[in-house]
Design a protein around this ligand. Structure first.
Ligand code: HEM
Length: 491
């Protein structure tokens, strides 16, 4: 049934108490339920939300319990809200489970305002420093790739044709980039402390997203229950806190202001500078740094890891495209040196392929929820203050009004007639507006170096008799289902 209420965007009639979902914050549950009914990619929650736009329009509303949520579909609606009305649509809602963890500090879930702005500006500028100069992360990424290549070859040999699961190798390399950025150090993939911390973060997220702990979003007091996943969640949170606090304390003790080693050092230097300038109200504190470190780990690992995994999965599923990418790398880089960032502009087909996989897979399909910070008129509707606003980035990248044949994998759509790369305004896998991904440049650098280095070194294929499976699974991000590959060194 269609609902029309006091000027808000149309949408389905909500059930009493639970609204239209019985909890938007449990999409994996929704997806699992759907997936059990039919084994089709079409059944995931993101596609479901996209299809609702055919019934209710590009801007429609749903109720999560009694909370009003507006879903923006297609490029025009998303751009109109986030780029043309940034002052209204750049806030973040309070999600109980997330607020318990983040205290609304850090960057990702911090409310839109002067504190978020200052922290983001500082971190963004610092991240840019890691793209070039003494602190460049390129050597770190290449070092990680050298390890992956050796490990991949070894595991491939011992697998006897069954193939290798790439996920742990890629995940370690990506996490190591964030470690270098924040902690100034790399870890061996078997390092006990590093593995423990990564396992804790993954476990913490799993509990928050894929266990009865999601009910904390509806009944926040459940968090304090002294048993089951609730108790485990508090334990995991405590262990991560102890780990990060140890790192910050260690940095403070060994800080040399003339030689910052990483983002943590730079933050501490800024903090001390503001203190000695007598800025009593400064938001630069060790407490805030703690939440920023957590944010960067969470925002920067799963997203990039899954993007690399998707790209390699598309390569084994479309061997003709893999051939073309490898031919371009061979022509421009050759096989005697590893690709570097300076090759980026000379590898348009490779770049177009990376972009096309990002378009089709959109690893953060619903962005991060936004919130209207005041009541506003938007596209003929009233959006009340406090409405949760969901930019459906998935729908933007499958929008038939801006993409020809949107479901087809076709890297050439990003190239002009001369084979040069086309920048498309409606390609926004990192979001758009004031809350656009802060790590976009770093992520692009990692994707480029990882994909080109691996494809230069190996021919990838699926194990004998394994059909390609391009179905995604929706957790923290949209990830490919786990798969294995066989590799042949290219010499
Ligand atoms: C936010 C995508 C990698 C840090 C976001 C958002 C998206 C996104 C869609 C939400 C935008 C919005 O709310 O409208 C991606 C993708 C990545 C990636 C696709 C990899 C391929 C990274 C990396 C970092 C990072 C490597 C950091 C090192 C952040 C932060 C935010 C964010 C801090 C929150 C920004 C804010 O609220 O102001 N990202 N991201 N991301 N991302 Fe990324």
């Amino acid at each position: 049934k269609r609902r029309h209420l006091a000027g808000i965007p149309p949408g389905p009639t909500p059930w009493p108490i639970v609204g239209n979902f019985g909890g938007f914050l449990i999409p994996p549950f929704i997806q699992r339920r759907f997936a059990q009914q039919a084994d089709s990619r079409e059944t995931n929650a993101v596609v479901f939300l996209t299809k609702q736009a055919d019934v209710y329009g590009k801007v429609y509303s749903l109720f999560v319990g009694s909370q009003l949520m507006v879903v923006l579909n297609g490029y025009e609606a998303v751009k109109d809200a986030l780029s043309n009305h940034p002052e209204v649509f750049s806030d973040r809602p309070t999600i109980p489970a997330v607020t318990i963890m983040t205290k609304r500090k850090g960057i990702v879930f911090a409310p839109y305002g002067p504190v978020w702005r200052k922290q983001r500006k500082f971190c963004h500028a610092t991240l840019r420093n890691f793209g070039l100069g003494r602190l460049s992360l390129e050597p770190c990424i290449l070092q990680g790739l050298a390890t992956i290549k050796t490990e991949l070859q070894r595991l491939n040999e011992v697998s006897g044709g069954a193939g290798v699961d790439l996920a742990p190798l890629i995940s370690t390399a990506v996490s190591n980039v964030i470690c270098s950025l924040i902690l100034g150090q790399r870890f061996h993939h078997e390092d006990h402390e590093f593995r423990t911390m990564l396992d804790l973060m993954v476990r913490g997220l799993e509990i928050c997203i894929n266990s009865p702990a999601v009910l904390i979003n509806i009944f926040p007091l459940l968090y304090y229950l002294p048993f089951g996943v609730f108790k485990e969640l508090r334990q995991v949170e405590g262990d991560i806190t102890a780990f990060l606090k140890r790192i910050i304390a260690n940095h403070r003790e060994t800080l040399d202001p003339a030689n910052p080693r990483d983002l943590t050092d730079m933050y501490l230097i800024e903090m001390l500078a503001q203190q000695s300038a007598g800025e009593e109200e400064s938001s630069f504190t060790e407490d805030y740094l703690f939440y920023i470190i957590g944010d960067l780990f969470i925002a920067g690992t799963d997203t990039t890891t899954n993007s690399v995994l998707w790209i390699l999965l598309y390569m084994v599923s479309h061997p003709d495209i893999q051939d073309k990418v490898q031919a371009e790398i061979d022509k421009v880089v050759g096989r005697h040196r590893v690709p570097s960032l300076t090759d980026k502009g000379s590898l348009p087909f490779t770049e177009a392929t990376i972009m096309e996989v990002q378009r089709l897979t959109v690893v953060v399909p619903l962005a991060i929820p936004h919130m209207a910070s005041e009541t506003t008129e938007f596209r003929g509707y009233t959006i009340p203050k406090g409405t949760v606003v969901v930019p459906n980035l998935w729908s933007v990248h499958r929008d038939p009004t801006v993409w020809d044949d949107p479901d087809t994998f076709n890297p050439a759509r990003f190239l002009d007639d001369d084979g040069k790369l086309l920048r498309k305004e409606c390609f926004i896998p990192f979001g758009i507006g004031r809350r656009v991904c802060m790590g976009e440049q770093l992520a692009k650098m990692e994707l480029f170096l990882m994909v080109t280095s691996l494809l230069q070194a190996f021919r990838f294929r699926l194990p004998e008799g394994t059909p390609p499976n391009l179905q995604g699974r929706f957790g923290l991000t949209l990830a490919p289902c786990s798969y294995s590959v066989c590799v042949s060194p290219r010499g």
